[in-house]
Structure formats: structure tokens, C-alpha cells
Design a binder for this molecule. Structure first.
Ligand SMILES: Nc1ncnc2c1ncn2[C@@H]1O[C@H](COP(=O)(O)OP(=O)(O)OP(=O)(O)O)[C@@H](O)[C@H]1O
Ligand SMILES: [Mg+2]
Length: 249
């Protein structure tokens, strides 16, 4: 049974916009999946279905065989979503409180919460900022805090919506390094990005959305010759060297 099983998923917003159109998709546990596509192609809408933030207009999303609509709480524990707009995700009075919000909602004992928060802040290089009010952080630091908050919940699936936007070079490298570690630890990663340069070499599957439809699905290297027609730029290393290269090299 695939960890994520999406069948005929269609989403129409109240104003009539058809944001997802009959998506079929199965993701196995441990996969590292990229989702690319032009602005408005449906990437964020798709991620929001994984943990029950949206309900399908038609079709279904199953996590471990359980429909998300039947148990959205369970879906939220299994799938952590790092939002594209990090300001909407920040809720705590301090950086440490903010990272504790998710584990607190899981009802974990206080010492476990503290241990998870400490580890997550360290992993995202935010330990020194633990007592700061989050609104004083820079844009890139806020993004790292949003990731720390999801790490602290220890979900099986981590969905990152445009994780590299606003990050400087060391920030990109540390997020990428973290993704690789999470993957090695058995997590399933789903990452939307406009910037295949940064991450395509590490993923094992690339999905391309166009106008709410899934138009490409395969190993990143095998999709590269077709992506530009969907408004996605080929990574430089592919364009000029015919291969995908890691940013960590
Ligand atoms: N709350 C909403 N009400 C109506 N339409 C919406 C809503 N949210 C998104 N849409 C529309 O749904 C479509 C898909 O939007 P979505 O945010 O999923 O795209 P995206 O691929 O994530 O784009 P981007 O690359 O800009 O992040 C767009 O046409 C968008 O305008
Ligand atoms: Mg989006």
C-alpha cells in the first residue's frame, strides 16, 4: 500500500477556479518527490490536500489507506506541511514557543517537547535565537523556524512548499542538507519548487503540474527535456552539461 494514495483528486474553489483536475498519484514511503509547475498550476493546493486543510471537490486522498477526510487529525500528525508563506505559520511569542506549538498539540509530555524543540532549533541553526520574538527574525530565519516547527512534530511525511525562497546560499545548503538527512532517516519528502537547480539531483521523482493537471511524472533526469514547455527552467548543469548536479558539491 502506498503511503500517499491520491485518486481522481479535483479541487474547485468557491469562485469557480479549477485548481486541481483529476490528479492520480501514489507516493511510496521514503520517496523524495519534487513538484514543479508555473505559478497557479496547483502545487500549493495539492499539498494542502495531504493534511486535510482542503477537502476534495471530487476524488480522494488516502494516507496509509485512511481517507484524509475521515481523520484529518491523523493526517496532520502523519504529514507536516511547511507553508510557502511562513508568516502564516508563525504563532509563538518566542522562537522556542513557536517550535513547541506542534508537539504541544500532539499532547506530548513536557520533557519530550523540550527535547524535540531543542533538537529542531539546533538542526535549523536557530538555537541562539530560542528566546527571541519570531517577528524579529529575518525572512530566511522565519523559514528555518517554520521548518523547525514541523521537524519537532516528527511526521512521516514532510511537505515543503517553496522551501528555498528567501534563503541565502548557506541557508539553501543547510535546508538541503537537512532534507537529505531526513530522507536517510526514512522520511518521505515532497517539495514544491521553481528552482530545480537546487534540488533536482537529490530527488527520485519529479511531478509537473500545468493548469491543475499532472502532466509529467518520472525520474528528474528523464523529465528534463520536456519541462521548459511547462514554464520550468532546466537546471544549468543539465542545460550546459546534460546532467543534474548537487548544490552540496
Ligand atoms: N482560496 C482560493 N480561492 C480561489 N482560487 C484560489 C484560491 N487559492 C488558490 N486559488 C487558485 O488556484 C490555482 C492554483 O493555485 P496554487 O496556489 O495551488 O498554485 P501554485 O502552483 O502553488 O502557484 P505558485 O507557484 O504561485 O505558488 C490558481 O489559479 C489560484 O489563483
Ligand atoms: Mg504555491
Amino acid at each position: 500500500m502506498p503511503l500517499i494514495d491520491i485518486r481522481h483528486l479535483t479541487h474547485r474553489f468557491a469562485d469557480g477556479t479549477l485548481a486541481l483536475d483529476d490528479i492520480d498519484l501514489a507516493v511510496e514511503a521514503g520517496a523524495f518527490v519534487l513538484i514543479a509547475g508555473a505559478n497557479g498550476s496547483g502545487k500549493t493546493t495539492l499539498l494542502r490536500h495531504l493534511n486535510g486543510l482542503l477537502r476534495p471537490t471530487a476524488g480522494s486522498v488516502h494516507i496509509d489507506g485512511v481517507p484524509v477526510t475521515r481523520d484529518p487529525q491523523r493526517a496532520r500528525r502523519r504529514v507536516g506541511l511547511v507553508f510557502q508563506d511562513v508568516d502564516t505559520q508563525i504563532v509563538g511569542e518566542t522562537v522556542a514557543d513557536d517550535a513547541a506549538f506542534g508537539p504541544e498539540n500532539l499532547g506530548l509530555p513536557r520533557p519530550d517537547i523540550e527535547a524535540r524543540v531543542t533538537a529542531a532549533l539546533e538542526a535549523m541553526d536557530l538555537a541562539a535565537a530560542a528566546d527571541m520574538p519570531p517577528h524579529l527574525l529575518s525572512g530566511g530565519q522565519k523559514r528555518r523556524l517554520a521548518i523547525a516547527g514541523v521537524l519537532a512534530m516528527d511526521p512521516a511525511v514532510i511537505a515543503f512548499d517553496e522551501p528555498f525562497s528567501n534563503l541565502d546560499y548557506p541557508g539553501v545548503r543547510s535546508v538541503l542538507r537537512r532534507m537529505i538527512d531526513l530522507r536517510a532517516a526514512g522520511k518521505t519528502l515532497i517539495v514544491t519548487t521553481h528552482d530545480l537547480d537546487k534540488v533536482a539531483a537529490h530527488a527520485d521523482r519529479l511531478l509537473v503540474l500545468a493548469h491543475g493537471r499532472l502532466v509529467l511524472d518520472g525520474p528528474p533526469g528523464a523529465c528534463m527535456d520536456d519541462i521548459e514547455r511547462y514554464g520550468i527552467r532546466q537546471p544549468c548543469s543539465y542545460r550546459f552539461g546534460g546532467r543534474l548536479e548537487s548544490w552540496l558539491n
